[in-house]
Design a protein around this ligand. Structure first.
Ligand SMILES: NC(=O)C1=CN([C@@H]2O[C@H](COP(=O)(O)OP(=O)(O)OC[C@H]3O[C@@H](n4cnc5c(N)ncnc54)[C@H](O)[C@@H]3O)[C@@H](O)[C@H]2O)C=CC1
Ligand SMILES: CC(C)[C@@H](O)CC[C@@H](C)[C@H]1CC[C@H]2[C@@H]3[C@H](O)CC4=CC(=O)CC[C@]4(C)[C@H]3CC[C@]12C
Length: 369
């Protein structure tokens, strides 16, 4: 990309731009990328809030499309300088079939790579996931690990399998010649559990608590730490990578970076209470109220119910064998690779991230369920 100071010349494409993370990336690009001439927002489901963004100086082009359709991706990609690929099926609750998860997350990513090669788009930033690493099916903890920490990444669930395959495709594509003869420069970012305004799982916890009279019941020991990262800082890291990939292609090309900030290490449930307690909910129990074997039985019954009810209704509770295993396995990262490679520092402090998330939950109070 021409280092044209602050002259708006660049065209960015964001796939999944109407999603939880995608919306934050789209809005932050418009606020913080002065070189942006056009922002293309590609999504299967376009959101109404896009219309309000069209009033600004940057051309915002909403494109309804499907990443599993190569021709739609190529058409959206044509003429863009950078693609930030966040579109995906984020499903560990059994909402989509394994085949569909693979088709969207793996084939969709292949279509994005092929479109870069076909149209000459030179820079690809992929939203991968901590799940590419773990927790693995053996329940091995990953304690304050980094991008170089040895860990047996063994997956059986369709979602982590798809993210690992897609990330591999992206990293292997680094250096491929795109139309015009220049090399494709790729990079993969691995967020840990993202939280913040618009997080559907947090919304589900909140409404579950309301249904139980303001109470949530502990299922995970407080000692099990899960790394979390604020959505605004994840968005900021994507924007920084997209900006620095050209100048630092030799260093950053083909690399993976965990997304991190100063959010505290806590159990998944205790961390959620940082935002739900100020909104009137209580987490009952200093320890899990039920023995682990009983939780496993309940999770298994939920999975059986989901299977039995599937012809009639989609039953997708928070508790299933995979989510229980995930929540009960420590996974935290401690790294500064992003800072060393491209000067990343969190844009939002923990206090700001917490306040913004609490305000979002509070705004849900009284809103339609
Ligand atoms: N939510 C989290 O805690 C984490 C998410 N990630 C990754 O971040 C990315 C974004 O995740 P979220 O924003 O949480 O999910 P989301 O479900 O809110 O957003 C995904 C977006 O992709 C779109 N999409 C789905 N299938 C599509 C298709 N076939 N064609 C075009 N668009 C399609 C959806 O309509 C949605 O707008 C995903 O790749 C996910 O794997 C990584 C780590 C943690
Ligand atoms: C019901 C209880 C056992 C409760 O504690 C279950 C929590 C469970 C829903 C979450 C625990 C860990 C979460 C996952 C983790 O943050 C890593 C993820 C990375 C992604 O790329 C997508 C989301 C997720 C799989 C995330 C999903 C929700 C949990 C399983």
């Amino acid at each position: 990309m021409a280092d044209s100071a602050q002259v708006p010349t660049l065209v960015y494409l964001v796939t999944g731009g109407c999603g939880f993370l995608g919306e934050h990336i789209v809005r932050m690009l418009l606020e913080r990328e002065p070189r942006l001439r056009e922002l293309r927002v590609f999504d299967l489901h376009l959101s109404s809030w896009l219309e309000e963004l069209k009033a600004g100086p940057v051309q915002v082009t909403a494109i309804q499309g499907d990443v599993t359709q190569a021709h739609e991706v190529a058409a959206a990609m044509s003429g863009s300088h950078v693609v930030i690929h966040t579109a995906g099926l984020v499903d560990v609750f059994g909402k989509a079939s394994p085949k569909t998860i693979h088709k969207v997350n793996v084939q969709g990513t292949k279509n994005v790579i092929d479109a870069c090669v076909q149209t000459g788009t030179q820079y690809l930033v992929y939203t991968s996931s901590m799940e590419v690493v773990g927790p693995n099916i053996k329940g091995h903890p990953f304690y304050r690990g980094n991008e170089d920490t040895p860990y047996e990444a063994v997956h059986s669930h369709p979602y982590p399998c798809s993210k690992a395959l897609a990330e591999q495709l992206v990293l292997e594509a680094n250096g491929r010649k795109v139309n015009g003869g220049l090399p494709l420069v790729t990079c993969a970012l691995r967020p840990t559990g993202i939280y913040g305004e618009g997080h559907q799982v947090m919304r589900d916890f909140y409404y579950q608590g309301l249904r139980f009279g303001g109470r949530l019941f502990r299922a995970v020991p407080a000692s099990v730490e899960h790394g979390r990262v604020y959505v605004g800082n994840v968005a900021w890291m994507h924007i920084l990578v997209a900006r620095e990939l050209e100048q630092r292609a030799a260093l950053m090309g083909g690399q993976v970076y965990f997304c991190y900030d100063k959010s505290p290490y806590k159990s998944y449930e205790d961390f959620n209470m940082e935002f739900l307690s100020p909104c009137g909910l209580r987490l009952i129990g200093a320890h899990p109220l039920l023995p682990y074997w009983l939780l496993v039985l309940l999770a298994t019954l939920n999975a059986l119910l989901q299977w039995l009810l599937r012809p009639l209704v989609l039953y997708t509770p928070l508790l299933n064998p995979y989510t229980l295993a995930m929540a009960n396995t420590t996974f935290t990262v401690s790294t500064n690779k992003a800072q060393r490679h491209f000067g990343y520092k969190p844009l939002f402090s923990w206090e700001e991230s917490r306040t913004r998330t609490i305000q979002w939950v509070q705004a849900m109070e009284g809103s339609a369920w």
